[in-house]
Write a new protein. Structure first.
Length: 439
């Protein structure tokens, strides 16, 4: 393993997680339609958490790879310690393998999104500390006058550690013995964890937007910093919209609602301005990046509309826990996080992508967008039928019958989505495997 290529190893790990994740996602979606598919050997109780765990690891591994690639460029010097980055890589890989084995051998526990034995969290915190150490020693972030992406990376790295600590407070009886305190803290931690990975992805995306356009003023401008501070506030307070069912003070919920909506508007605005400023002058080696970032921009706006609707407390009590929440989660992690990451990876490898592959990727990116739209809409309709049926006190069997055709559409769109993702991954992985000097 060539240490200098640590970024690309993380990107490959991310793609590996994504491929396995979408396979389990596909099986889980088929289990909506055929509930006993694979019996107890591979039930929905295993496929769902495995799919989600690996999807989250796709995001973390890929953004780590992009960051390891970017930091030496920002600092103008090599990474402080390639050796520590290598240990980080093997610890991350070990975590993924241990958790997968744990799921199949029935050794899992913990809470939503962290469904593994508690000691695995020690491994995660361990490798994260190495990541943070390498960042501070390489970039020496001096926040005064620094571009916004330095602020984002710093906040994302530090807050992930705080969030991981919060997510384990349930181990203390004072939290665990009180259901309201427990649920509130758990969702506060989960909301902030998403906030932390968003900080890392937005930071990396803004760094790349600066490199593509050559415009260094936008990442130091007022809008960019307004966006950062909103995102940061979001990271700390947006969790309120996850806990409307908890009898917390109404002000907490109102603040959370307002804050969580504003952040996305600003980020969409930043990407739109960046696209407009470049006009027809997209550098030939950034066509793919611009394509993926533009798709992300559309999904930011669509998810924003959905988030505004489902965060209204009255609507939330009917949609909470239905497929509408799943649409919100997958709409953002696929439509925004995944497309931004694909744009970031494209920027790293694009000069080694052949013209034919570039055409394939652009075609597959359209597939990705349209199949995701059908996938997302079918989840929304399913969730709507379920909420309406619950309000109308319909028997559950009746509700399930009505949902079934839409769940079939969801599974079919899922197949198209998987095909698009696989085509993109193959085309992006090829140059990473062939060129050893990439990342
Ligand atoms: C980049 C790709 C993907 C990402 C990042 C992703 C992410 C997620 C996340 C975060 C959840 C948890 C939702 C929640 O807690 O409400 C989820 C659930 C799920 N995903 Fe995906 N997903 C991806 C692709 C897919 C695909 C392609 C399929 C099917 C073909 C799929 C099927 C499912 C199913 C069935 C669930 C469980 C929903 C439930 O709890 O009822 N996902 N996914």
């Amino acid at each position: 393993m060539d240490q200098k290529n640590i970024g690309r190893h993380f990107i490959l790990l991310g793609f590996g997680c994504l491929l396995v994740s979408i396979t389990f996602g596909l099986v889980a979606s088929l289990q909506y339609v055929v509930p006993h598919l694979f019996g107890d050997v591979l039930s929905f109780r295993t496929t769902r958490p495995l799919h989600v765990f690996l999807a989250i690891n796709w995001i973390f591994a890929c953004v780590t790879g992009v960051a390891y690639n970017a930091w030496p460029q920002v600092a103008g010097r090599p990474l402080h310690s390639y050796g520590l980055a290598q240990i980080h890589f093997f610890m991350h890989l070990a975590t993924v393998l241990v958790v997968i084995i744990g799921f199949f051998s029935g050794t899992f526990s913990g809470r939503e999104y962290l469904e593994f034995p508690v000691w695995v969290s020690g491994l995660i915190v361990g490798y994260w500390l190495l990541f943070v150490y390498n960042y501070f020693k390489t970039v020496h972030p001096d926040l005064r006058g620094a571009p916004v992406y330095i602020w984002s990376w710093t906040a994302g790295l530090v807050f992930f550690l705080i969030t991981m600590t919060e997510a384990h407070l349930w181990l203390l009886p004072w939290f665990n013995d009180n259901i309201i305190r427990d649920v509130t803290v758990q969702w506060k931690a989960n909301g902030s964890m998403v906030g932390a990975w968003n900080m890392l992805i937005y930071g990396s995306s803004m760094f790349i937007m600066e490199r593509v356009s050559g415009n260094t003023t936008a990442t130091r401008g007022r809008t960019a910093f307004l966006f950062f501070f909103l995102g940061f506030t979001n990271l700390m307070f947006n969790w309120g919209h996850h806990t409307y069912v908890v009898p917390a003070h109404p002000v907490v919920k109102q603040v959370a609602y307002i804050i969580s909506m504003t952040e996305l508007i600003l980020f969409a605005n930043i990407i739109m301005k960046w696209r407009r400023n470049m006009g027809s002058q997209t550098p030939p080696n950034s066509v793919l990046t611009v394509t993926f970032f533009s798709i992300a921009d559309r999904w930011i706006l669509m998810n924003l509309a959905l988030a505004i609707a489902i965060s209204v407390p009255y609507i939330n009590q009917f949609t909470h826990g239905t497929q509408i929440t799943v649409a919100h989660a997958m709409g953002t992690t696929i439509g925004i996080n995944t497309t931004l990451l694909l744009g970031c990876v494209s920027w790293i490898v694009e000069q080694s992508v052949s013209r034919a592959s570039r055409k394939h990727i652009i075609l597959a990116s359209r597939w990705l967008h349209w199949s995701l739209l059908v996938f997302w809409c079918s989840l929304l309709v399913t969730g709507f039928i379920r909420s309406a049926g619950t309000i109308g006190s319909l028997p559950f069997v009746r509700i399930t019958e009505q949902m079934l055709p839409w769940l079939r559409v969801f599974s079919l769109a899922g197949v198209a989505l998987v095909a698009a993702l696989v085509a993109i991954i193959i085309s992006l992985v090829k140059p990473i495997l062939v060129r050893t000097d990439v990342a």
